[in-house]
Write a protein that binds this ligand. Structure first.
Ligand code: SF4
Length: 418
């Protein structure tokens, strides 16, 4: 079905690279099946596929079962989907066509959001090909309205409850402004995130008071601040809090590790990060020692890469905002959404600094590997992400000042470490 769809331009060139993929989505993940497709697969009479399907599918019979989560494919010993052939190609798609794929398989890595009658299409950075296309454009992510052929089998996330002003939806104005902030290259990416936090903090107050009619005025006020040189330079003077950054972020990263991770690409990055920070997993973390090592890596190896490739980090955040529909106005927890995004970004940066020390620098390929595998193990675990926000809140760090301290980059132009 052809629809008018808002999408980042990179989506027009995306296509799955199939067997050339370095981290196939058909390996290491549970492939869930809805009731409709499960029944279809049960009735397939095909010389090669019938027995593979019958052996590979398992019904979900516990309390988590529903029509949309009705069954799943049991991964083989190498954690590969049983329907993959030797060339890592899907035998259902090869033999029966794309229309016979389950909604999960046919949709991923695309994210199709619908708000009323409007569609938005984007994609998850857990797919390496999407990560390359979305992040490696130095001029930034651009958006366009386009006629797009939407596959009726794709899963749709419907979003509703958007607050409106005079009948028009304010949530797009908020998202557009959030993207404008993150793409404002007069500021460092971390300062753009801090600016976004100041804005979100004020937005939360308006939402709490249900003063939706004042939201556009707030956007206008902050848009003018974004163009105000004095205001912008005041952000540059905010101090970082390195001990707090390191301690908190490591705690959150280690928590994910404890929950179990099987993705080898991420585990490679994780081990590199630990080694780059001189961390031994068997010992208690000595934050002071790490602080020195962190700063050394940061200045010697991370900053040179970051200065030339800040657009990668900008594009990462812009993609996050667009595909997650940040800030979602169908919940009142606006600032909580901002905390989540900030913590994810700060954790990613911590990985970069650690790995840069181990590899004595960062290459584009390494950046793609890290961002893609990090997204794969972090972004697809809602319970862990919810836990992150709870930990930040329990530490009393859920204020704009604390999140700013967590995000702030050390200004290394004025000081040398050694
Ligand atoms: S992760 Fe992306 S490129 Fe790789 S197999 Fe899946 S859709 Fe294709």
């Amino acid at each position: 079905m052809k629809e008018r769809v808002l999408l980042p331009s990179y989506m027009k060139t995306f296509s799955c690279v199939g067997s050339a993929c370095e981290d196939s989505c058909c390996v290491g993940w549970t492939v869930e099946l809805d009731k409709r497709i499960y029944k279809k697969y049960k009735n397939i009479k095909h010389a090669e596929l019938t027995s593979k399907l019958n052996k590979g599918m398992k019904r979900i019979k516990d309390a988590s079962a529903s029509n949309s989560k009705y069954a799943y494919f049991v991964m083989d010993q190498q954690k590969r989907c049983p329907m993959l052939n030797e060339e890592n190609l899907c035998s259902i798609q090869l033999n029966l066509g794309e229309e016979m794929l389950s909604p999960v398989c046919t949709t991923y890595p695309k994210i199709l959001n619908r708000k009323g009658t409007e569609f938005e299409l984007s994609a998850k950075l857990s797919c390496p090909e999407v990560t390359r296309l979305a992040l490696l454009n130095p001029t930034g992510i651009e958006f366009e309205q386009s006629e797009y052929d939407l596959n009726p089998s794709w899963a749709i996330n419907s979003v509703n409850g958007a607050q409106s002003i005079g009948g028009s939806d304010i949530s797009w104005n908020l998202r557009e402004f959030s993207i404008d902030i993150i793409q404002c290259r007069n500021l460092s990416v971390s300062d753009r995130m801090i600016f976004l936090g100041l804005f979100m903090n004020r937005l939360q107050v308006l939402v709490d008071k249900k003063q939706y009619e004042s939201i556009q005025l707030l956007i206008d006020e902050y848009r003018s601040k974004l163009g105000n040189k004095n205001y912008i330079s005041s952000l540059e003077n905010i101090a970082d809090n390195l001990p707090m950054q390191i301690k908190t972020l490591l705690e959150l990263i280690m928590l994910r590790r404890k929950l179990g991770i099987s993705n080898q690409r991420y585990l490679d990055c994780f081990e590199s990060m630990l080694k780059g920070l001189d961390l031994d997993r068997s010992q208690e973390i000595e934050i002071r020692d790490i602080e020195e090592k962190y700063l050394f890596n940061y200045q010697e190896y991370f900053v040179p890469f970051f200065s030339d490739h800040e657009y990668i980090f900008e594009n990462y955040l812009v993609n996050y905002i667009f595909e997650s529909m940040f800030p979602k106005m169908d919940t009142n927890q606006i600032f909580e959404q901002y905390i989540k995004m900030s913590v994810i970004y700060a954790m990613l940066k911590m990985h970069f600094v650690g790995i840069s020390g181990q590899d004595k620098g960062i290459t584009i390929d390494l950046a793609i590997k890290l961002i893609q595998s990090f997204t794969r193990v972090i972004d697809h675990y809602p319970s862990y992400l919810k836990g992150l926000v709870e930990i930040i809140t329990n530490h009393g760090f859920d204020t704009v000042a604390h999140i700013a301290a967590l995000l702030k980059d050390r200004n290394v132009t004025s000081e040398r470490i050694h």
